[in-house]
Design a protein around this ligand. Sequence first.
Ligand SMILES: [Zn+2]
Length: 344
Amino acid sequence: MEVMRKFLPAVLIVAFCFPLAQEGRGQQRSFYQQTDYKGQEIGKLTGDIYYARMDDYMSVFMVTPDGIVLVEPIGVEFATWLKGEMASRFHVPVKYVIYSHSHWDHASGGAVYADTARFIGHENMLKNVAMPPADTPLPRNVRAQDTNGNGRIEASEAQGNLKTMFSLYDADKDGSLSGAEIVRGPILNVRAPELTYSDRMNINLGGKRVEILYRPTGHADDNTVVRFVDGTNVLFASDWITVHRLPFGPISPDEIAPIKAIEAMDFEYFVCSHGKLGKKADVTANIKYREELKDAVAKAIAAGQTLQQAQASVTMDAYKDWEFYAVQRPQNVAGTYRALTAKQ
Ligand SMILES: [Zn+2]
C-alpha cells in the first residue's frame, strides 16, 4: 500500500480512503440542534394521532387499519428506532412519509421506510434536492477554507459544519466538496419525494383524511403543512411557528398574515417540528409576539433609533420566559427593523 500510494495522484488516495472510512455513517444525534429536550419517545395526541420525539425534534403520525401516515423522518437513526417501535405497537406498515421541507435535519432517513411507504413533498423539493450545476462556485462564506485554492474543499481543509458533516455533503463520495455539493447541503440521506403537489393534496387512508398544504416561508420555499382530520384535528407546521419559543432568526412581519391563515384553520392540537407540544392558543401567542414586536420596532424607528439602539430598547419583557429569548430576540428585532425600514 505504501509503495502504491507514491504512484497514485493525491486526489485518488483521498477518494479511496474517505468513502471507506465514512461509509455507512448515519447522522449522529449530536449533529442536530440540542436543547433541554432529550430522549426518544412516542406519545398519544388525540384519537389515532401520535407524536414522536428525538430530543428537540418532533414528528407526528396517524395510525389506521390500512397503515400509518408519518410526517418527517428526521434522520436515519431516529427512523430506524421509530419504524421498529411502530411495527411492534401497531402492526401496520408506514404507507406515506410526508416531508415538511427538504432540510437535512427534518427530511433525512426516509429510505428506512422505502419498503412500504411512498414519499410526498412539495414540487419545489425536487429542485432543492437536485445537484446544482457543476460550475457552481464555492459559497463566499467557505472560500477561506480552500487553502490550496483549487476551488474545492478537501476533507483535510474542511472546518466547522463542513468538517462535521463532510460525508453528508459529499454526494459523489470523492472525498472533496464542490461548490455544487456545498450549496445543495448535507442531504446525502434525503430521499426525494415521488409524489409531489403544487398547491394542495389529500390522502385518504383507512377512512381518515390527511390534508397536505403548500405554505412557502422565508425559511423554506418547499414548506408543507399537514392537517390530520380525525375528529379533534391536529396541525403540523415545521420550524416557522414555534411553541413558547421565540421564532428563529431575522423574522419579517410579512409572516404574520400566513400564520393568521393557519390560525383560522380547524384544529385543536398544534405540533411544531421542535420543542414543546402545542395547541391552537400557542399559534395565537406566536402571532401576538410577532405583532407586538412589529409595533415596538416601528416605534423605535419612529423615534429615530438605529438598529443597535432598537435591539437594546425592544426588550419584549412579556416573553422572557419563552425559549431562546436571549439568543433570538436581537435577531428577531433585526429582521423586523430591516423589513420595516426597507418599506419606508
Ligand atoms: Zn428547516
